[in-house]
Design a protein around this ligand. Structure first.
Ligand SMILES: [Zn+2]
Length: 541
């Protein structure tokens, strides 16, 4: 097996990819090497920036340098001792509509130059393409993938099986399924460049997930043409392991300065928000005054440093189990990214199934975007499937979350517990206490120490969607259970009326008694006396 997963969080993973020229760690970004004009020499990319692998275009090499690369060998030709991936010319097909090379020729060339990771000659779908044409690109790519296995002669290269289909998700799914059945070591999602250029990251989420959910999960997935640090965390979280970036150089040519939160024009900057070796000793003004080529190299090198730094943050976030928080942070840098993260909620069940949920650390819950987190989804699904109230439970006492966690140890709850404890044991068994709390919904007292029900911090005040989610969870829990009555402790200051109203409506539908006690309306003593009276009344009926 050439790929081994070491750490996981969401669908993101730190893995080891073994090639004939060495083992590299994923998530991995290959800087694109343009054999004609290279701003930063390949070997420097490895030695000074830490890029263990690069990507170059086999079609351009074939066309321009031909047998010279075969004779020298690709690594020597590029003067690079790391891992080299070659793309096949598919991008040129997309841009120019065709290449003057057959798949047999390009496969033979990739093998003979000794690349480490190679791509078959697929047919990219492109962006604004009608469905029939997209279907053709999927069928032709699959046909070529099948014939490819009769063409290849070497066993030591890793081969990439590209998934096509563009924005036609059913085609992407079909393509992924068919490609996944063939013995490729790596898969790649083709033609997302235009989607990213038009900032349709929400469409990109759909495309990635359509591929991911239909490919073998034990193979790494490459996202072609994705090289901007502001979207990498999202792509990694959705299971992309490999990226390539021509953007670092293309942006540099246009005077664009990448950051993990977006792109700036160096012409409009007064300060550099970066401490990479280039920026630390320079200012935007000195860069603006540089000769064209020098400026381009400066920006290319800065852009590369930013990409490396962001990849390291992403890896650390995977190790710490904090990738969701990291993605949320990046998503708030651009509305298109936040839209995309909201779209990822459509896949919450798949993400939850494949993400480890037992972690060491607690998490931060900011707002309703976080309702898509695997921890929240996992708890909801487990509670629905597995939890039933104790057999003796007749009266449900619903209490709002306290300030401290676990809730049962909170000061607010101690008085309430005393009232329940004053009942004789057999009667007390007929009372079941649950908390309503954000973001989990309803938490039975006996579970409130189970991870992560107490191991998180929530920002207040709660937003409407979060309150509504909790209200729905309370209602659904009542529909599933057989309580005879509900005593609802109402906290209008933190919760408004939504949870209370939904709870009352559900009780009415289920024909169970509903009584309500409002916090802050009377003294603690009066409140506890009312609770006592309500319990006794409900228990005597
Ligand atoms: Zn910098």
């Amino acid at each position: 097996m050439s790929f081994e997963v070491k750490e996981k969080n969401l669908l993101g993973r730190i893995g080891k990819l073994k090639t004939k020229s060495g083992t590299v760690e994923t998530p991995l970004l290959y800087p694109v090497i343009n054999p004609n004009v290279q701003l930063v020499p390949a070997q420097r990319l490895k030695d000074e920036f830490g890029f263990e692998a690069v990507i170059t275009n086999a079609y351009i090499l074939w066309k321009r340098y031909g047998s010279r690369v075969t004779e020298e060998g690709l690594h020597k030709f590029l003067n690079f001792d790391g891992v080299v991936m070659t793309d096949s010319g598919a991008y040129q097909i997309l841009v120019y509509g065709g290449v003057e090379v057959s798949q047999a020729q390009i496969v033979d060339y990739e093998e003979s130059i000794g690349t480490d990771i190679a791509t078959i000659l697929d047919i990219p779908t492109g962006w604004r393409i009608p469905k029939e044409k997209a279907q053709d690109s999927v069928s032709e790519t699959l046909k070529r993938a099948k014939t490819f296995f009769k063409l290849k002669t070497r066993e030591d290269l890793l081969w990439v099986g590209p998934v096509q289909g563009g924005r036609h998700l059913d085609l992407v799914a079909k393509s992924a399924k068919a490609m996944g059945r063939l013995p490729f070591q790596i898969h790649a999602l083709g033609s997302p460049t235009e989607v990213m250029e038009s900032y349709r990251y929400d469409v990109l989420v759909d495309m990635i997930m359509a591929a991911k959910m239909n490919l073998p999960l034990d193979r790494p997935m490459h996202l072609f043409g994705a090289g901007h640090p502001h979207m990498m965390a999202l792509a990694v979280a959705l299971g992309c392991d490999l990226f390539d970036s021509a953007a670092y150089a293309l942006y540099a040519r246009e005077g664009r300065y990448m950051t993990e939160n977006g792109t700036w024009r160096v012409g409009e900057m007064d300060y550099f928000p970066c401490q990479c070796p280039r920026c630390a000793s320079s200012t935007p003004k000195t860069v603006r005054d540089m000769p064209k080529r020098e400026k381009e190299v400066f920006l290319a090198e800065h852009n590369l440093h930013v990409c490396v730094a962001e990849l390291k943050r992403i890896k650390q976030a995977i190790r710490d189990g904090r990738l969701w928080e990291h993605v949320e942070m990046r998503a708030h840098a651009h509305p298109a990214l936040l839209t995309a993260l909201k779209r990822a909620k459509n896949y919450e069940s798949f993400i939850e199934t494949h993400s480890p949920t037992v972690k060491q650390s607690g998490f931060f819950f900011f707002d309703s975007v976080g309702l898509g987190r695997p921890e929240v989804v996992h708890y909801r699904e487990r509670l629905t499937e597995r939890f039933t109230p104790p057999d003796t439970a007749e009266v449900l006492v619903l209490i709002p979350q306290g300030k401290e966690k676990p809730f049962h140890r909170s000061e607010d709850f101690k008085d309430i517990r005393r009232v329940i404890n004053r009942l004789d044991e057999k009667t007390a068994d007929r009372v079941h206490v649950c908390f309503y709390a954000a973001p989990f919904g309803i938490i039975p007292l006996e579970l409130d120490e189970v991870y992560p029900l107490s191991q998180h911090e929530t920002s207040m005040p709660l937003d409407y969607e979060v309150i509504d989610y909790v209200a729905r969870q309370v209602s659904e829990c009542l529909f599933r259970s057989n309580y005879k009555s509900v005593v609802f402790v109402h906290d209008p200051e933190n919760w408004g009326n939504n949870v209370k109203n939904r709870c009352r409506t559900t009780c009415k539908k289920k024909k169970i008694a509903f009584s309500c006690l409002t916090l802050g309306e009377s003294s603690t003593k009066e409140f506890l006396a009312s609770l006592n009276a309500m319990l006794k009344q409900n228990l005597s009926e």
